[in-house]
Design a protein. Sequence first.
Length: 245
Amino acid sequence: MRFGIISDIHANLEALEAALAWLDTQSVDEIVCLGDVVGYGPDPLECCRLVRARAKVCLMGNHDAAVVGAMSTRFYYDAARQVIEWTRGRLDQESLRWLYSLPYTYLRRDAGVGFFHSAPILPSGFFYVVRKEDAQNHARIFDRLMPVSLMGHSHLTKAFRLYRDKAKDISGKPLEGDEESKLLVNVGSVGQPRDRNPLGCCGVFDSAQRSFVHHRFDYNREETARKIEKLGLSPRFAQRLFTGE
């Protein structure tokens, strides 16, 4: 099977539409969203509706959890907390109920892949896997991991090959599974990349090849930034779209 993967949309409708348009050309069997549909961006309602329509499964990200009260906003800096509160007022009851219902994980044993918003070792803890040490911590659950684990949350494209006794950083290299190791892959962010590359990011997981490919794409970030500024949200959220930081 071929899975189209989107994550960390953060209410960026222009980027989401561009990602889905590309996935429509890739003959994917289903689309999976790894969470954080909302937060930071200007179109939370529209993004919720579009993800609901297009994704077979969507996971709960930390911003989704904060918007529906499943996570305290005290963990967020002022501007992020303010946009979380603003987002609550922009969503209808149907979207709020949908966000509240989202699971933390989606396991496809038939395809050898696990989907997570954050670190598989504790999906509800919203931990990152961005250092080799973070990946190494998963050795304690090696036998419970799927051959491939796909994660959002970090807005990065870091990837690791995990063995029972060590982890290797394989970011930027071909991401293909083997019989001796497990793959831990950060899939990148559709709507707010933070790897110093402003291009949006989505990807495709091929279960037959046990491979994942990142895809970077351009979109009308000027329009997204204009909306952010018009709505009076933090200008930092607009600036990030042009720097990828």
